[in-house]
Design a protein. Structure first.
Length: 156
């Protein structure tokens, strides 16, 4: 198994971008599933339906897993049930689960932050990545529309 290069740096960039904001507030799973539906049902979203479920009760972190050719499943751990975590996990789906936290993931992450939260929030994440010398990879999907005002499609 190849190491997930850049994982810790991505986590640090997320903290720099979103810690202390409403995007890091623990939210009910039902609201996060609604937010996921807005992404999944968007015209630009290329990956089709994705299930979002609660992780095991003893899980400390969220994950996105894909077995074989099946669709990925996003599992949200109770302490990480936030819109920022949902966007992170959906970035894994968009970039391809096997890409870990590499540059294509970071491109997907910024795209999803822009679509879901807004242009300002995407710039926070992009600035955090740049400050850590983490480049964005090439997009292999259509660019999503970027929200011009802050505040995503669902007020959490």
């Amino acid at each position: 198994m190849t190491p997930d290069l850049g994982r810790e740096a991505v986590y640090a960039a997320e903290i720099a971008a979103f810690e202390g904001t409403s995007y890091e507030v623990v939210t009910a799973l039902e609201q996060l599933i609604e937010l996921a539906a807005l992404i999944i049902n968007a015209d630009w979203w290329p990956r089709g339906p994705i299930r979002v479920v609660a992780a095991r009760t003893d899980a400390a972190s969220s994950s996105t897993r894909q077995r074989g050719i099946r669709k990925p499943v996003v599992r949200l751990a109770a302490p990480q049930m936030t819109s920022a975590t949902l966007v992170h996990e959906f970035a894994h789906v968009l970039a391809g689960v096997g890409n870990g936290h590499r540059s294509v993931f970071r491109c997907a992450h910024v795209d999803l932050a822009g679509y879901t939260f807004g242009a300002t929030e995407a710039s926070w994440l992009l600035d955090a990545y740049r400050s850590m010398d983490l480049a964005l990879g090439e997009r292999a999907w259509s660019a999503p529309p970027i929200r011009r005002a802050t505040g995503g499609p669902v007020a959490l």
